[in-house]
Design a protein around this ligand. Sequence first.
Ligand code: NCD
Length: 319
Amino acid sequence: MSQLKHLLSANDLSRDAAIGILDVAEEMAGVNARAIKKLPTLQGKTVVNLFFEDSTRTRISFELAEKRLSADVINFAAKGSSVSKGESLKDTAQTLEAMGADAVVIRHGASGAAQKLAQSGWIDGAIVNAGDGTHEHPTQALLDAFTIRRRVYGVGSSAGRGLDGLKVVIVGDVLHSRVARSNAILLNTLGAEVHFVAPPTLIPADASNIKAKLHYDFDAALAEVKPDAVMMLRIQSERMNASYFPSEREYSRVWGMNSERLAALKPGALLMHPGPMNRGLEITATAADSPNSTILEQVSNGVSVRMAVLYTLLATERN
Ligand code: NCD
């Protein structure tokens, strides 16, 4: 189907390639609904999960996806190395190459780490970016697109479709969010209209490179755009070296999703969050647990989508 060697950025995906992966993910969701959730597709392949940054759902999601495709899985939690980042990445990569890794799923605190690994020649296998600093998180964007497609068109009528004409509002800490960046790219590729809502301090200086309309008033944006989906972002406190907003109370009042804003959405609009959530900060518990919320669907869809990505990279042409 595709000649993709790595998945480093949402920009690696043409519209056809993205829809192709989402369609394979539909098949994988079928497998995940069976009593025996397993395919022999990656038997004999070794996949290494190389996580330099904390992660719960993304790491577990990849691990489950790899195991459901029958790959041999190695989890390498590389956090806390005292060696400088370039060196430690090189040493680790060469070790993995010597062990015969067919694919490396990497999460790293430095933007560009996945790209660096792919271009370095240290590793022959496929590289999947599972989040690099504030840069990109392409499998999150794919699982979000998959979630929107299934909810909007219905599970049986999604195949082959993009997200043409759908309106998606992405709210909050856009500046530090690799989820926002990858989503904005992929949503545009799939034909959706992207809006960012955030305080000016949390909009990246290079926002003009990203095709998105900017709004500085959440309520006005909801009234004007009438979105099909609203994606809330986690406040990335661990990446903040300054005060980007006066107080948490003020942030949640001005930029948070709550019952009133939920009631202002059009019926059936989706409320999304990549997790982990700061309940009470960017989203209230009532909103997070409402019928509009897709938060747990996003988690289960993540497994199907990551199976589709690994299948596309490892089980096609390059055998
Ligand atoms: C996101 C991440 O790590 O970028 N989470 C995730 O992958 N599920 C979003 C976040 O941490 O806020």
